[in-house]
Write a protein that binds this ligand. Sequence first.
Ligand code: SF4
Ligand code: SF4
Length: 448
Amino acid sequence: MPEKNPARPASFSELSQLLMSLDNLLVSCMRCGLCQAVCPVYGSTFREADVTRGKISLLENLAHETIKDAKSVNERLNRCLLCGSCQANCPSGVNVMEIFIKARSFVAAYLGLSFVKKLIFRRLLTHPRLFNLATNLSGFFQKPFLKRVNATVGSYRAPLLTPFLGNRHVPSFPGHSFTGRRGALNKPAGQSKLKVALFPGCVPDKLFDRLSEATLKILDFHGVGVFTPNDLVCCGIPALASGDSQGFLGLTGQNLTSLSRSSFDYLVTPCATCAANIKENWPRFMDRYLDWEKKLVVGLSPKTMDITQFLVSILKVDFTPATTKAGAQVVTYHDSCHLKKSLGVSAQPRAIIKSLPDYRLVEMPEADRCCGHGGSFNLFHYDLSREIGQRKRANIVSVKPSLVATGCPACMTQLMDMLSQNNDQIAVKHVVELYADSLGAAATRRAS
Ligand code: SF4
Ligand code: SF4
């Protein structure tokens, strides 16, 4: 039977041995330095230790015991958005994500995880009712703390919470979650003859529940059956990014148990990060799953996809480009790293936008450059995250849109923060919102 929670490396030489298991991946880096041109962190700091090549060097030295300071290597490893830009552009095909994710898990296991992280990843996130209660209460008690700063963006400041939030401009909690309000869903396939598992993910469930509602409306409209158990938990990416493979596997195991209760043709989500994580990272720890989990993970990976990919590539909805209406809103599109670089999805959301006569798509420069959010990167390296985000903001405003659309709720929070801090009057929406809004008017649109 596989060992889900193997013992922590007890000594530095045990850590080195674990890192040596990545040696064949580490040596595939030719040190060409081409990753410098695409790495958003290096683009801000110009420090070699912040770019892929520098991190790979540090890991090799740690694996070969040339250096022994695991703590400082860990700090360097964490100065990374896990955006995948380096991997997508590496001429040697270095499997950077495999290296970084496994190395983070080895080093974090050796150094130990903080009490707060353990509490969040292994207690709060594993209890969906408790997590829902916590976010619902945040919605209830947030009012006295929030000061609305930009109605177009929909952002707030929380001066009394500056020690926790800094000067971020944030969205507010709706006070209810999608799964809490809708309960478990299990609708049979309609005219499409397809049924999907709708995986809302934490942010589209608890913060931007409107994205899950829009996705459900779209699926209903196209006669797609929907299965959403009400005990799904976080996809595990925050735990994995912090190196907590034990917490990650605990969450994955709970999700697999929930998803095993019904059959479905595809797993879809409006969260690019969840889609990429389920597809690419759940199978990364195959040697640590139980046999029944392994089978499910192997089956799930190829049928997991972003909602726009499902609509365009599987359902084959007619998204013929429309003639833009007079007075149409100018919209620009930001490619989420997880959507474009991990899943290869960039044409589909654009096809949807171009089919909507109320919008005129104008491409911004560097549309696929990372927005700088990176999940926990934004929490722990906010100054750097903001610097990277301001470049994205400058690219957005350069095409004078009234709206920026994207496919990832984490990117949405970053774009809102960056635009709001500059008092830009530009709304931030997910592509599913634009499409769902159009459905009332386009009643003849049907899956072909
Ligand atoms: S682009 Fe690839 S091969 Fe070149 S230095 Fe970066 S990771 Fe190494
Ligand atoms: S994953 Fe992104 S942030 Fe991290 S090293 Fe690669 S390009 Fe830089």
